[in-house]
Design a protein around this ligand. Structure first.
Ligand SMILES: Cc1cc2nc3c(=O)[nH]c(=O)nc-3n(C[C@H](O)[C@H](O)[C@H](O)COP(=O)(O)OP(=O)(O)OC[C@H]3O[C@@H](n4cnc5c(N)ncnc54)[C@H](O)[C@@H]3O)c2cc1C
Length: 296
């Protein structure tokens, strides 16, 4: 099907994009990679009157470490994240996530910021953003706001971005030494959205105790879900097989999936737990630490 009629605005700078958003408000949508928006328009699930194309803004393409953060600009592609040296060497959770989003063709154009703004309940980046404590820089002509991933990801396909605002950057705190991460996803076939997914980031102290934990699950709720009780249970303790088993049970209780052609409620809930367990064991294995009863 063809999209409904719309006006196309080509933004060549951030100021032009913000001015267009201020002018058209709720009738306008930002076009980033177009990997979610264009299909939605073709199915007439989205009918924006105006598309504001931010792809010409090359100043948004950056991926760089500064001021204690990894900063990813609004048009940095998933593929660039996958190939980024700092991410490959220091941001294991992000590196693992970037490899399993869709397929290489989609990753050539899709963006991290676009995925967070789309906030698909089965999206991979929202899960990683929660676990890695991302912050999103939201800007409009009235000013700039820094929003945590928890507050940004409001509900299915709903975010904290106002009609006259856009996400200009996603920031991840630079992981302290002894930080390890992993991402696991079950999909029906390569390139599919997740049936269930889980992202984990653990920072250890020199005694092998968990100093900070980030655990999130996806495709098992209206939006990506933080396993906050599991994070608290791990913090301050040396991970053991028993502790991981308890966190797995917590993740299963947090999961609130719906049945569809990817699986039943019971299956998805079980898988959310299994994937959290796998990701936690991966992070522990990468750390080189062995806890009691460790199977990693
Ligand atoms: C075949 C296929 C398979 C896929 N599989 C997966 C998968 O396995 N996992 C997964 O996570 N995703 C998957 N996707 C989605 C893909 O990752 C998208 O790229 C992503 O969800 C949206 O990013 P985008 O840059 O394409 O955004 P767009 O499609 O351009 O935009 C998406 C929405 O976000 C808004 N938006 C975009 N950027 C901004 C911004 N900077 N500020 C404010 N609003 C903005 C748009 O207005 C629109 O409403 C798949 C897509 C396809 C086509």
């Amino acid at each position: 099907m063809f999209p409904a009629q719309f006006t196309y605005e080509r933004a060549r700078s951030e100021d032009e994009a913000l001015a267009a958003l201020a002018k058209y408000g709720s009738d306008a949508r930002i076009l980033a990679g177009g990997q979610s928006l264009i299909p939605a328009m073709r199915y007439r699930l989205a009918r924006p009157g105006v598309l504001i194309d931010i792809n010409p803004i090359t100043a948004f393409e950056y991926i760089e470490e500064r001021d204690g953060y990894l900063s990813v600009g609004a048009t940095a592609r998933d593929y660039a994240i996958e190939m980024s040296s700092p991410i490959r060497s220091r941001y294991q959770l992000l590196a693992a996530t970037s490899k399993v989003i869709a397929d290489p063709v989609v990753r050539q154009t899709g963006t991290l910021a676009g995925s967070l703004c789309h906030n698909d309940p089965a999206g991979d980046w929202p899960v990683a953003a929660l676990a890695a404590r991302a912050q999103i820089v939201v800007r409009g002509v009235r000013g700039t706001r820094l929003v945590s991933a928890d507050d940004f990801l409001v509900d299915s396909f709903t975010t904290a971005v106002g009609d006259d605002e856009m996400a200009v950057e996603v920031r991840f705190p630079k992981p302290p030494p002894l930080t390890y991460g992993a991402y696991h996803k079950i999909e029906r076939k390569v390139g599919d959205f997740a049936t269930a997914c889980a992202g984990v980031q653990l920072t250890f102290d020199t005694g092998g105790r968990v100093a900070a934990a980030g655990i999130a699950i996806g495709a098992v709720g209206a939006k990506a879900l933080r396993v906050a009780d599991g994070e608290m249970m791990m913090t301050g303790y040396v991970p053991t097989e028993e502790l991981i088993g308890e966190v797995v049970e917590v993740a299963k209780r947090v999961a609130d999936p719906v049945a569809d052609n990817r699986g039943s409620v019971q299956y998805k809930r079980e898988m959310a737990g299994v994937l959290v367990g796998r990701a936690l064991r991966d992070a522990c294995r990468l750390s080189g630490l062995k806890g009691e009863g460790a199977s990693w």
